[in-house]
Design a protein. Structure first.
Length: 318
């Protein structure tokens, strides 16, 4: 401040401006101009980035809202799964949560022609199951998906799974049975449908009893086609499971926990593919038929003889 006062006093007495530079009180004009240009460039880049991000958020929100409106239509069936979208979404899931995927029994796929309709059934012990199964089977697969999953985060899940063949269904309610005709018509059109007969995910790795919806779909599809439909049993086993603690937390927190801690459970998986079963080879009694399909799935697990739970209503095998 003393230097500044001295220079300004000299200016008023002599009428001459003080020298600029190291000893002067003012910065050199060139440096000031350069700093100003750099500052404006930074501000411009930040502004452009903010506008781009805002535009992206608006586009995602608009897409999510459009998907939400479609989900409430009972006859809604998404477009045929896009291979690029499937590869982009599922490869990221496998890389983050699973790791290496090994496939056994792949020769059984030769018994299921690509041109023929197919129903795939599997145990459900991870949110990565669709990704792993799609990786193991080279088909355009439609997935029976709980509508609550697709409506998660205001339709963000539906937007994320867009192009992956996720067909919504209400697991419980008056519309559940009506929706089964949608899946039957899909199979009758020669498509491949995958579903989890347990009805919900169980992150402890224990396979629960199957629900009868798959039997109804198979029989209705066969009736529409005029011939039996193939049912392909699959068992997916992971090197590590999140555990019953996470499973008991409930939706959507269990999903968030498994998503965030994905790398901690990243120990690979093995997909066991069984021999296809014709729908007309199933027992006429629905209870006996669903029990047979349940056995066909858990028998694919090489360690299925190990008892892990004896509670009623739950399978006793991992």
């Amino acid at each position: 401040m003393r230097l500044l006062g001295t220079r300004m006093t000299a200016y008023y007495r002599t009428g001459k401006r003080p020298l600029r530079g190291k000893l002067g009180c003012l910065p050199e004009r060139g440096k000031a101009e350069k700093m100003s240009i750099a500052g404006w460039l930074i501000r411009g880049l930040v502004l452009a980035g903010g506008i781009s991000l805002a535009g992206q958020i608006i586009r995602v929100a608009k897409s999510a809202n459009e998907e939400l409106q479609k989900l409430d239509q009972l006859d809604y069936v998404p477009a045929e799964p896009d291979r690029e979208a499937v590869r982009r979404v599922y490869s990221r899931t496998i890389a983050w949560q699973v790791g290496k995927v090994e496939v056994k029994g792949i020769e059984n796929l030769d018994k299921c022609p690509q041109s023929e309709p197919l129903i795939i059934i599997s145990n459900h012990s991870s949110y990565a199951d669709p990704s792993v199964i799609t990786c193991a089977i080279d088909r355009r697969i439609y997935w029976m998906t709980a509508i609550g999953v697709l409506k998660f985060a205001g339709g963000l899940s539906a937007h994320y799974l867009k192009g992956c063949g996720a067909v919504p269904i209400e697991i419980a309610g008056e519309n559940a049975n009506k929706a089964l005709w949608r899946f039957s018509r899909l199979i009758a059109a020669g498509k491949t449908l995958a579903l989890f007969p347990e009805g919900w995910i169980h992150l402890d790795g224990v396979t629960r009893d199957f629900k009868k919806g798959v039997i109804l779909i198979a029989r209705k599809s066969a009736k529409l086609l005029g011939r039996p439909v193939r049912i392909l049993p699959i068992y997916v086993r992971y090197g590590k499971y999140p555990g019953s603690f996470v499973s008991n937390i409930g939706v959507p927190f269990d999903y968030l926990i498994t998503l965030i801690t994905g790398p901690l459970s990243r120990a690979g998986s093995t997909v066991y593919i069984g021999e296809p079963i014709l729908s007309d080879a199933l027992p006429s009694d629905s209870d006996a038929a669903i029990k047979l399909l349940h056995e066909k799935v858990i028998e694919l697990n090489p360690e299925y003889l190990e008892q892990c739970d004896s509670k009623p209503g739950r399978a006793e095998y991992r």
